[in-house]
Design a binder for this molecule. Structure first.
Ligand code: NAD
Ligand code: IPM
Ligand code: MN
Length: 368
């Protein structure tokens, strides 16, 4: 059998810095566990625009469709702020998600014990937190038509359209119920059915999928604004949250801070199964290119490393090795190793991105 294949798109800003540590871990698996991945690297985002004039070259798109999994760092940055909308770095990422049809974006928010004191919320609110946000990723207001900036009378109007079909809601709801069965067996669906027709349809379809095929899973519905409040008030009430593209974007950044830092949150974007039975998949940290710290060796690589652990679990059926990586992260955190985002100002000495990578590799070595 051929080796599992990975396409690495490190992207912009801190993307290459955090991905550098993932590449070391991939090499570690080859050296120490004799698990070899066929890795190719390519460009996405601003760096692809600099080379090709587009944020994702067609050849890269085609490669992404062929590999077992794509690992992405981050895209964007101030250098590209004035580019035409159609070639902005973020469009490269959105094209990957859309053309690979990665409709289910899994964003787990887990609070490691060692960081419970560090969260901006009280320790008892976040200690032991383990929730999974399932964000619909290929539809909704990110992609709905009509969209654009138009002349209307003597002024301009900016338009985006929230649009969901029943089948789009149905399939992401199924992903959420399936995940819930393997976790705490609870799903909370979030929309704004009080003000949006798309929200009314969302609620109806999620309820129907539940009643027909997942009656054993506990289902509740919540308005997304209340959901944001409840995430800050008592997040441990949730197990799986399923929500649309835009609400999921906002709620997952909020959930990230429950865990201590945006630098901690990984994600998996999954589509339908390919011929080999594996889902089409892209793995990326939830954070962006962090222009404020890029190039300074300050970035926390853990979100990107945990995204690779998700790849091991969801694309390669290597749950034990995924756990090995997660345990190594847990160990270095309990040993007190911290990048700057995980400490208060003046609280001690932060390690660099590479030093955090070193510590995680040391912990992996002791796991053998
Ligand atoms: P950001 O996530 O890049 O940064 C927000 C804050 O979190 C910054 O203060 C940053 O320093 C900090 N941070 C983020 N990741 C960190 C890490 N790993 N370690 C330590 N600190 C970290 O969000 P932003 O500043 O709003 O956006 C910057 C650019 O990134 C924009 O162009 C945006 O469109 C893009 N973006 C890309 C993605 C992606 O590629 N998936 C996601 C979000 C934002
Ligand atoms: C994310 C990001 C992206 C989004 C951007 C960069 C396109 O914020 O992955 O959360 O809005 O989906
Ligand atoms: Mn986001």
């Amino acid at each position: 059998m051929s080796n599992p294949s990975l396409l690495i798109l490190a992207g912009d800003g801190i993307g290459p810095e955090v991905m550098g540590q993932v590449i070391r871990i991939i090499d570690w698996f080859g050296d120490k566990r004799s698990i070899t991945f066929d890795v190719t690297e390519d460009l996405v985002g601003g760096i692809a625009y600099d080379k090709h004039g587009v944020p994702l070259h067609d050849d890269t798109m085609e490669r992404a469709q062929q590999v077992d999994a794509v690992l992405l760092g981050a895209v964007g940055g101030p250098k590209y702020d004035d580019l035409d909308f159609s070639v902005k770095p973020e469009r490269g990422l959105l094209r990957l998600r859309k053309e690979m049809d990665l409709y289910a974006n899994l964003r787990p928010a887990q609070c490691f014990d060692a960081l419970a004191d560090f969260s901006s919320l009280k320790k008892e609110v976040v200690a032991g937190l383990d929730i999974m946000i399932v964000r619909e990723l290929t539809s909704g207001i990110y992609f709905g038509e009509p969209r654009g900036i138009f002349e209307e009378g003597n002024e301009r109007v900016g338009i985006n359209t929230q649009r969901y079909t029943e089948s789009e809601i149905d399939r992401v709801a199924r992903s959420a119920f399936e995940l819930a069965r393997r976790r705490g067996n609870k799903v909370c669906s979030m929309e704004k059915a009080n003000v949006m027709e798309s929200g009314i349809l969302w609620r109806e379809v999620v309820q129907k999928v539940h009643d027909e095929d997942y009656p054993d899973v506990e289902l509740s519905h919540m308005y997304a604004d209340t959901g944001a409040m409840q995430l800050c008030r008592w997040p441990k009430q949730f197990d799986v949250i399923v929500t649309d593209n835009l609400f999921g974007d906002l709620l997952s950044d909020a959930a990230a801070m429950l865990t201590g830092s945006l630098g901690m949150l990984p994600s998996a974007s999954l589509g339908a199964p390919m011929a080999n039975g594996r889902p089409k998949a892209l793995y990326e940290p939830v954070h962006g290119s962090a222009p404020d710290i890029a190039g300074q060796e300050k970035a926390n690589p853990i979100a990107c490393i945990l995204s690779f652990a998700m790849a091991l679990r969801y694309s390669f059926d290597m749950g034990d090795d995924a756990k090995r990586v997660e345990d190594a992260v847990e160990k270095v955190l309990s040993d007190g190793v911290r990048t700057g985002d995980l400490m208060q100002a003046g609280e001690g000495k932060a390690v660099t991105t590479v030093q955090m990578g070193n510590a995680i590799i040391d912990a992996l070595n002791t796991s053998l």
